[in-house]
Design a protein around this ligand. Sequence first.
Ligand SMILES: [Zn+2]
Length: 285
Amino acid sequence: MKLIKILIIGLLAIASAACSYRSATSERVLAVSIEPMRWALEQIVGDHYKVVALMPSGADPEAFEPAVSARADFDRASLFFTIGYLPFEQKMIETTSVRAVATTGNITPIYGTHKCHHHGDQSHGDAADPHLWISIANMKAIAEAMCNEICTLDPDNAEEYKANLQELTLNLTEADAEIRADLDGCASRAFMLWHPTLSYFARDYSLEQIAVCADNKDVTPATMQTAIEKARAKSVRVFFSQGYCDPRQAQTLADETGAQIISVNLSGYDWLDQMKAVSRGLAQH
Ligand SMILES: [Zn+2]
């Protein structure tokens, strides 16, 4: 009797393992470059797809290299949605058969904040600012581009995806109104940060971004001094610090300009809360 009981338990365990294995492999996957895109896409596709983001929250999007372990989910994705300007996206595209879809085709890029990095090339010209998702207007366009592709990929659920997009767009419009209301009352419309990640945010809300360094490399005392003088002239009150910014240099800049340091992370899943933290920071200082 005891033996039969053990046998039954054993058989049940095998059956349940087989079952979970089947559900894991038949699960449909979509890949995106960064966490804010996962935030948007998950709201569009609901439970119909698993969404995986290549870059973890807080990494530097211009220096990031995907880990080999990230490939397992990525390589079985039906599509790979990209920002279209991040170096690691290009590397992934070159080494996978997953079809890549750039989502920022309807957005006018900003030039003049980033330099080209073609090694061995003499032309160090302007490159498009790659931080396109740090803008509610741009995120609406990115979400719409992803939704259009998904509706073609899975037409049976297209109506649901379109309705979800509509709701997402409404929520983004509400957040945009909240940010505008915050900024209405702010004393200075200029702010300082290490690397120019908020160019699109500044464009949307007519703010002035004073960045110390466009290349994320060590800056000279002269570059620091120029930024400090500019910040003083514009009565800057806030320095937005991000994970990949040297805290000692941030402190020096804050001390020299009288600005408050506010830490933000705009490449995480909670990017929209972080956008609101930017406008609140500007309003409260
Ligand atoms: Zn950058």
